[in-house]
Design a binder for this molecule. Structure first.
Ligand code: ARG
Length: 462
């Protein structure tokens, strides 16, 4: 970068090339170029609307900016490392196209309010795309759940078999996590969608600008009420990174389950060839790379959140160059969340199959129905804590005898407690154990069917 900088008149000599490279953000803020153009077009219109420049000048700027956009899309204009950032790059190209009037674009504006505007316009778009992807993920979860209301799967606490549940119920748990993510992003959006344009460098401007006019053109809901806050606020970025991190938590938890389910120890699912990979040395292997990558990529998004918090914590008002560091973390988080949501949705849609036979056996081979025996006694008048102790002993003796509860003779049951009758066998079948948990939000089939209807209704909310 040997060329003199836009601000260079005050300076005796050009920037040291290494320092110029160090200072520059063009290598990554090029991502903002279309938003920069859109923001500048609104600014130009506002300048003309308020009479700060003539209508003819406003039009020349607007059309010139549109040409920059087209040139960029057609790869005729490719800002290189010789410009400091995307804002200078666009302004420079604009001036080459429209001549001296291009130099009027930056009237009543600073790169500080400009970059804040661009970042918000970018994030606004990305948030809506991610919300749509959350909807796609939720839809696949509900599609699979609807087919599996009566498929039973062991439910765990402490990763120990606890009580069987409906597979649909298990999948719907992720539907609800994604629903909160979707709602959370809507909330974040409301604070992203505030215009800092016109805050100037930090203190506003001497020109009679109309901030509401440009904000309206850009479909912002509000304008920042304080110029110092407007140019230096990155709460919206922190909030977005936080929402992104929580989405990754959810994707990562599901990934972990899929990895476990695909293992020889669980054998609950088979991974299909389209979404699994082999080993370069062990010919028998099929690896769950997709969920492993999702789980692994979670770390970098958490890292970007942490970085953003640390960037902000000691910043005096107002703009400081530290804020240039917000971008790569935001871009990488956006790209990571989008890639992971897409991969997870495809994986669920076509990359795995539940092994129904194996699941049906899995829910019969343990003591996950022990609570139901205690509930059976409690329903017949035995105080629950007493019933709990009785069943504890039953489990202990069964284990010693190498038997499951279903294998005990009626006589053995009755020796334990006279309240046991022949209907105990039905009460402890996995199907009945699940069906009976019909409390609101529970895994009982009736509850799950209702939950599925509610989920479909929620999916229709746009
Ligand atoms: N590239 C800069 C950034 O991303 C643009 C704003 C520069 N403002 C300034 N006062 N140097 O933050």
């Amino acid at each position: 970068m040997t060329e003199k900088q836009t601000w260079s008149q005050r300076f005796e000599s050009a920037l040291h090339p290494a320092i110029a490279r160090f200072n520059a953000s063009i290598s990554f803020d090029i991502e903002l170029i279309e938003y920069d153009i859109t923001g500048s077009q609104a600014h130009a219109k506002m300048l003309a609307h308020t009479g700060i420049i003539s209508h003819a000048e406003g039009e020349a700027l607007f059309n010139g900016l549109e040409q920059v956009r087209q040139e960029y899309r057609q790869r005729q204009f490719q800002p290189g490392v010789d410009t400091e950032d995307v804002h200078f790059a666009v302004e420079k190209r604009l001036t080459e196209i429209v001549g001296d009037v291009g130099k009027k674009l930056h009237t009543a504006r600073s790169r500080n309010d400009q970059v804040g505007t661009d970042t918000r316009l970018y994030l606004r778009d990305q948030i809506q795309q991610i919300r749509q992807q959350l909807r796609d993920w939720q839809t696949v979860l509900v599609d699979i759940a609807e087919k599996n209301v009566e498929t039973l799967i062991p439910g765990y606490t402490h990763l120990q078999r606890a009580q069987p549940v409906s597979l649909a119920h298990h999948l719907l748990a992720y539907f609800h996590m994604a629903q909160r993510d979707w709602e959370r992003l809507e909330d974040v959006y409301s604070r992203v969608n505030i215009s800092p344009l016109g805050c100037g460098a930090l203190a506003g401007t001497t020109f009679p600008i109309d901030r509401h006019y440009s904000a309206n053109l850009l479909h912002f809901d509000h304008v920042y009420a304080n110029s110092l806050d407007g140019v230096s606020d990155r709460d919206f970025a922190i909030e977005f990174l936080c929402a992104a991190s929580i989405i990754m938590v959810h994707l990562s938890r599901l990934s972990e389950e899929i990895i476990l389910w695909a293992s020889e120890e669980f054998r609950f699912i088979t991974l299909k060839d389209s979404c699994a990979t082999g080993s370069s040395i062990m010919p028998q292997k099929k690896n769950p790379d997709v969920p492993e990558l999702v789980r692994g990529k979670t770390g970098r998004v958490f890292g970007h959140l942490q970085a953003m918090l640390v960037i902000m914590k000691g910043l005096p008002l107002a703009y400081n160059k530290d804020l240039q560091e917000d971008k790569e973390g935001i871009f990488d988080s956006v790209n990571t969340v989008k890639a992971c949501l897409e991969a997870m949705t495809i994986l669920l849609q076509e990359g795995l199959e539940f092994r129904h036979q194996r699941l049906a056996t899995a829910v019969t081979e343990d003591f996950a129905n022990a609570t139901d025996v205690a509930d059976y006694l409690a329903a017949r008048g035995v105080p629950f804590r007493e019933a709990y102790n009785i069943v504890g002993k039953v489990v202990k003796t069964s284990i010693a005898a190498g038997k499951l509860l279903k294998d005990l003779q009626l006589q053995e049951w009755q020796q334990i407690h006279p309240a046991f009758a022949s209907d105990i066998y039905e009460a402890i079948t996995p199907r009945q154990v699940v069906a009976a948990r019909n409390s609101y939000g529970g895994t009982g089939f009736e509850q799950v069917r209702q939950a599925l209807l509610n989920a479909r209704t929620q999916l229709n909310v746009k």
